[in-house]
Design a protein around this ligand. Structure first.
Ligand code: SF4
Ligand code: SF4
Ligand code: SF4
Length: 177
């Protein structure tokens, strides 16, 4: 089992429904976000291209945030999902410094917070909140190790990229182009 998220940048309109859904589902406090929208312009006039992306923790295969955590609070859960055990977190922020994606923040209650791939929903057979509300259905979630899964079929049939592959973190959120 290897959970991944696959996001179609050709369909994302940047409406931020995913951001709102995440805040509601996960009680993310005012002023903080587990996911966000990035608009990237590439190329030169007159052939400019814009990619709109919904970004979050990449649930990396080689997560520096886990490797540097002195208490084991940051850990790899089943399916490759990177989680933080709140009770074990001492708020040292080593993981925030280590993450090249700026995916973590200090929750007002003192622990480190970030995207969980909505594992509490996934383990009940539901989709992550952000995926379930997307009005253009540009977000997909599933098991990359199942060749019949939607995510596996999309990644084998469509061009895609991940963010900052040069970091060596092996991010597992993929963007269809
Ligand atoms: Fe850790 Fe950052 Fe990778 Fe998420 S994106 S697993 S917080 S290094
Ligand atoms: Fe681990 Fe918490 Fe320190 Fe992050 S802030 S490295 S999760 S103890
Ligand atoms: Fe938020 Fe869940 Fe989506 Fe992660 S998977 S960005 S926690 S709604």
């Amino acid at each position: 089992m290897r959970y991944v998220m696959v996001i179609d940048t050709k369909r994302c309109v940047g409406c931020m429904d995913c951001v709102v859904a995440c805040k509601t589902e996960n009680n993310v406090p005012e002023g903080y976000n587990r996911d966000w929208i990035t608009e990237e312009v590439r190329g030169k006039n007159p052939t400019l291209q814009m990619e709109i992306r919904s970004e979050r923790c990449n649930h990396c295969d080689r997560p520096p945030c886990v490797y540097c955590c002195p208490t084991g609070a940051s850990h790899i859960h089943e399916g490759g999902v990177v989680l933080v055990t709140h009770e074990k977190c001492i708020g040292c922020k080593a993981c925030i410094a280590a993450c090249p994606y700026d995916a973590r923040f200090v929750h007002p209650e003192g622990y480190i917070d970030k995207c969980t791939f909505c594992i509490h929903r996934v383990e009940q057979g539901l989709k992550p909140a952000c995926v379930s509300v997307c009005p253009t259905h540009c977000m997909h979630f599933g098991d990359l190790e199942d060749p019949q899964s939607e995510v596996a079929r999309l990644l084998s049939s469509r061009a895609h990229h991940s963010l900052l592959p040069q970091t060596g973190c092996q991010p597992h959120v993929f963007y269809l182009t």
